[in-house]
Design a protein around this ligand. Structure first.
Ligand code: SF4
Length: 387
């Protein structure tokens, strides 16, 4: 058996900055000839992601393999065929467009005896490792970004630029990741509000497809949820847009907060209060396409034999798992401010202090800073937003 065959490495490539960082690390360790970048195309991606894929691979070397749904469906075609609207709790799009095609390729083209898979979750997501490793068994899975030294996305974006590579435009436009053109069904109200402002055409397409599906299913389903009034209700993209547009008309500062290039320092309390009325500030999700544990959404699931995450398997074959204590806590605040949700972290109210269990006095935050500020600018611009 050749050295090549003994040493195969497959990086789950999304076009996002962490998959690039993972690929660069794996190619640095094992050589470009031994590494395949596996890209599952959802046909819902930002066009700029394909530009990034080409430029990144040209610089990194290695080979990129594209897999996709056999019928080249996009996420909305999947929802319609599956008669199930993906959402933050169950994303059938991820299953059919990313997990199943990737699993099929890995099963057909690699051997678990000589192949290691690499997934670009970082140190803030180590709680996902057990499920992922169990789901991909018997393949060995490693998570290079969970190994010290630990960095956040801002670091990797800067690294890519140092390498002469411009990351996918969504990061600069304020999105926390590059998946599905900013229209990820897992992403929550915060990101959908930004999509409406930054890419109104994409929002309009999603709104139209959601309405169409609701009519076909004759059900009150929606991607988003409304928790106002203490009751959990579906919140359609149409309702959410109308709510946002009314709020933007009444308080133009709200819209500016979501526009590309807006630099926020201290947000006036009126803007914070107005934003909290229209956007559920706790509803900020994220994509976990290679890390989620989707199960079949219907009993006659055509991909049943490829269901990824079999809870009955033991995690004994896990590899590359680092204990959570491996994380450097001094980096918490950088991750909070640097993952693309900086605008939200600035307008969230400060955490309510817990009482000391002994003396009942309010506790205080320790030395770890939770938000980054620029004291000179914050003093100068107090009470304003600027672009
Ligand atoms: S990024 Fe979001 S919308 Fe796209 S496939 Fe994954 S879960 Fe679905």
């Amino acid at each position: 058996m050749s050295q090549h065959a003994l040493n195969r490495h497959v990086v789950m490539w999304s076009g996002g900055i962490t998959s690039w960082a993972t690929a660069r690390m794996v190619i640095g360790r094992y050589g470009r000839d031994n590494v395949t970048l596996l890209f599952a195309d959802t046909n819902s991606e930002d066009p700029d992601l394909h530009r990034f894929n080409q430029e990144a691979v040209a610089k990194l070397g290695g080979q990129i393999v594209r897999v996709a749904d056999p019928k080249e469906r996009n996420i909305w075609d999947v929802f319609e065929d599956d008669r199930f609207l993906g959402n933050a709790r169950l994303a059938n799009c991820s299953k059919y467009l990313k997990q199943v095609p990737s699993k099929r390729w890995v099963a057909q083209h690699t051997n678990p005896a000589d192949t290691t898979l690499h997934i670009g979750i970082d140190w803030t997501e180590t709680h996902r490792i057990q499920d992922i490793s169990t789901g991909w068994a018997p393949w060995r899975v490693e998570y290079p970004l969970t190994e010290p030294p630990l960095y956040d996305k801002d670091h990797w974006i800067a690294e890519a630029r140092r390498d002469g590579l411009e990351p996918v435009q969504t990061y600069d436009l304020g999105f926390p990741h590059a998946n599905c053109g900013g229209g990820c069904v897992r992403a929550g109200q915060g990101q959908w509000a930004r999509l409406l402002v930054v890419f109104p055409d994409r929002y309009a397409y999603a709104e139209e497809r959601e309405e169409r599906l609701r009519q076909r299913l004759r059900k009150d389903v929606a991607i988003l949820r409304d928790r106002r009034g203490g009751e959990l209700k579906p919140l359609t993209l149409r309702q959410f847009r109308q709510r946002l547009e009314a709020a933007f008309a009444a308080q133009p500062g709200l819209r500016r907060l979501l526009e590309p290039g807006t630099v926020t320092t201290r947000i006036p309390p009126a803007i914070t209060a107005a934003m909290a009325k229209v956007v559920d500030l706790d509803d900020v999700g994220g994509c976990g396409c290679f890390t989620a544990t989707e199960q079949p959404s219907s009993p006659d699931d055509p991909s049943g034999e490829l269901t990824l995450f079999d809870a009955a398997r033991t995690p004994e074959q896990m590899s590359g798992v680092l204990p959570y204590t491996g994380a450097d806590t001094s980096l918490y605040s950088r991750a909070l401010a640097g993952d693309g949700y900086g605008w939200l972290s600035r307008i969230l109210p400060p955490p309510a202090p817990l009482s000391c269990p002994r003396c009942r006095r309010p506790t205080q935050l320790g030395t770890v800073p939770l938000l980054w500020e620029c004291p000179p600018c914050d003093t100068r611009d107090e009470g304003t937003t600027s672009t």
